[in-house]
Design a binder for this molecule. Sequence first.
Ligand SMILES: Nc1ncnc2c1ncn2[C@@H]1O[C@H](COP(=O)(O)OP(=O)(O)OP(=O)(O)O)[C@@H](O)[C@H]1O
Ligand SMILES: [Mg+2]
Length: 229
Amino acid sequence: MYPKYMRSYKIISALSSKLKKVYKVEADSTVYILKEYERVEDAEKEMQIARQVAMTGYAPEVIEHQDNLVLYEYVEGDNFCDEFRKATMTDDVEAMELLATRLSIFLQIIYSFTDKAIKEIDFNNYVVRDGRVVGVDFLKVDEGMPYEDVASAIAFALTNSAGQYYDCYPFVYKLLSCFKLDMMDVINEVKARLKQLASRGSSNDIDIDMLADGLVGFDKKGVDWRKLI
Ligand SMILES: Nc1ncnc2c1ncn2[C@@H]1O[C@H](COP(=O)(O)OP(=O)(O)OP(=O)(O)O)[C@@H](O)[C@H]1O
Ligand SMILES: [Mg+2]
């Protein structure tokens, strides 16, 4: 795997081999991320978004590319999903609210610099570096509305909370307030996203209708009765 025109690099580890192969590599004593895409169009699409956003510091810089290979800056920091799980596990309301605020800032940057939406939020695709949420996976970015991303983030949060699903409510309600939205505005989209996640087997047997009732009730009364029994 030494493409002719790119610098030579040493593979340190493989980070993913799903839709694309992702490697942590080293060249000239610097660590980079090398992505090998299935199709050249995918490489061009993700590279274009990264370039539009990188000037803000919210996406990695594109170092070089050739065909379906792209070398990116390595974003050193904490994985957003790990930080989220840590905060929910320890019931750290402040940390959850900070993560929600930081995610909303990242999303606003995406909307202003790309005119597109993330479409499917997976917390594993963000690295927290110097207090900023930096996006590292833009393959699914496409035409869409911010409220869809908010709903997608809420569904991901509810199904990835380290404790009970309601342990992440501080994150959920802070995210809504950053977007000046009420739960009622997004509840149908949240339900649709939860069903999508359940069909892929990534949520653990949650009763989606009951959960949605709880979310709306909590929004109105500030309390989820399920937490009281
Ligand atoms: N520039 C980067 N800096 C630091 N870490 C990165 C960078 N790019 C990717 N990673 C890490 O590698 C992981 C996998 O990369 P990526 O999300 O692009 O692939 P993927 O999840 O397999 O792709 P897809 O979500 O399209 O299936 C990320 O979750 C992140 O932890
Ligand atoms: Mg990813």
